[in-house]
Design a protein around this ligand. Structure first.
Ligand SMILES: *[C@@H]1O[C@H](CO)[C@@H](O)[C@H](O)[C@H]1NC(C)=O
Ligand SMILES: *[C@@H]1O[C@H](CO)[C@@H](O)[C@H](O)[C@H]1NC(C)=O
Ligand SMILES: *[C@@H]1O[C@H](CO)[C@@H](O)[C@H](O)[C@H]1NC(C)=O
Length: 340
């Protein structure tokens, strides 16, 4: 008798526990649904045009992006995407042609360029591109500052690509006769004979491009220049992509600057821009050549910058593209806004 009672009590308790647990999970589920709805509401609010005051919209249309492209880093493919999108997304693309392809602007031109780029409202929003070293607008007394973006490539790949580009040109402008046209020496032979065209000092280009307009930037092997380049890369650039990961670069840009790059990822995937402009008859260097080049200080320093950029880019990319566990992209919103 007593035992039956005890059993009955135990089962009752069990049932109660099960019911409580059931309701608790149900409440948690509803709460989560509610939170998701709240997120969606906030998202749709921020996406709807009416929600933003007009002044903010105009701010977005004031944006100036500068892409100070390094030669032979896949920049033509990327710029091609911008040229193809500019009409659809309603922004302007301008090429900065610096005479004789100098990467350094004279001081008077730096000043004029900075004033012009920030004040020329008729062409805004605009993307400027050109082969010029990073220009720090802090020095130039402008009231607003542009957004810098860039791409970086494995230093030896870039040098080899440039070496053959000077000799064979590319499929972009196949009939243009290049500086070293007709020279049949391979990169391996060049390294073996210690010719100036494959001198590791020629790799000193991405460090000075990111370092800027100071004299020290252009001294091959300068430790200060390398540190400055790293510093600029993380403090003055919105985004620096990796040539080997062009698609991800475009995707991150689309998510961050949709005013310019809306639809860019899909466009890049479906167009043949990814194959545009390949250096003709490029011969991969031998293991021996690679080992020899990798012993040079310049390669080591340039590679250090590349690895630094790669790690930073992957970090940025992971934070952006990795969805939360429940497959909701990260958002943020304001709350507790006081006084009402
Ligand atoms: C820059 O301008 C010069 C002179 O007009 C022209 O010859 C050259 O092709 C231009 N550079 C590029 C990359 O278009
Ligand atoms: C900027 O430079 C361009 C080309 O020289 C010129 O047409 C334009 O008027 C300039 N804009 C400003 C605001 O100075
Ligand atoms: C690539 O694009 C160009 C220009 O849009 C076009 O003329 C060419 O046929 C395309 N090639 C392929 C393989 O799709």
């Amino acid at each position: 008798m007593f035992n039956v009672n005890k059993l009955c009590l135990f089962s009752c308790l069990c049932i109660i526990v099960v019911i409580v647990l059931y309701f608790q999970t149900e409440i948690a589920r509803l709460e989560e649904n509610y939170r998701k709805l709240e997120f969606r509401l906030v998202q749709s609010h921020t996406e709807s045009r009416e929600f933003f005051p007009k002044s903010l919209e105009r701010n977005d249309d004031d944006t100036v992006v500068i892409y100070n492209r390094v030669p032979k880093t896949g920049s033509t493919s990327f710029v091609g995407v911008a040229y193809d999108l500019c009409k659809r997304n309603n922004f302007k693309v301008l090429h900065i042609n610096i005479t004789a392809n100098r990467h350094i602007m004279s001081l008077n031109n730096q000043y004029r360029f900075a004033q012009n780029v920030t004040k020329w409202h008729e062409v805004k929003p605009a993307l400027y591109h050109g082969h010029m070293a990073f220009l720090n607008f802090d020095r130039l007394g402008t009231t607003s500052k542009p957004i810098f973006i860039n791409l970086i490539r494995k230093p030896l790949d870039r040098l080899v690509s440039y070496y053959y580009f000077l000799r064979n040109g590319d499929n972009y402008r196949p009939h243009l006769v290049r500086k070293k046209h007709g020279d049949k020496m391979t990169f391996d032979e060049c390294v073996e004979r210690g010719q100036p065209d494959c001198d590791p000092n020629n790799m000193w280009l991405q460090v000075p491009f990111f370092c800027g307009h100071a004299a020290e930037c252009w001294k091959p092997g300068s430790q200060w220049a390398l540190e400055q380049a790293k510093h600029n890369l993380v403090t003055h650039y919105l985004l620096v992509g990796i040539t080997e990961q062009m698609l991800d670069f475009i995707t991150v840009l689309e998510a961050t600057l949709p005013r310019f790059f809306r639809g860019a990822t899909e466009y890049y995937l479906n167009s043949n821009k990814s194959h545009l402009r390949q250096t003709s008859s490029k011969i991969e260097p031998s293991i021996l050549t690679i080992e020899k080049i990798q012993q040079s200080t310049i390669w080591k320093m340039e590679n250090e910058l590349y690895e630094f950029a790669l790690e930073h880019f992957n970090f940025v990319k992971r934070k952006l593209l990795a969805k939360e566990a429940n497959n909701v992209a990260q958002i943020y919103f304001y709350e507790k806004i006081r006084p009402k």
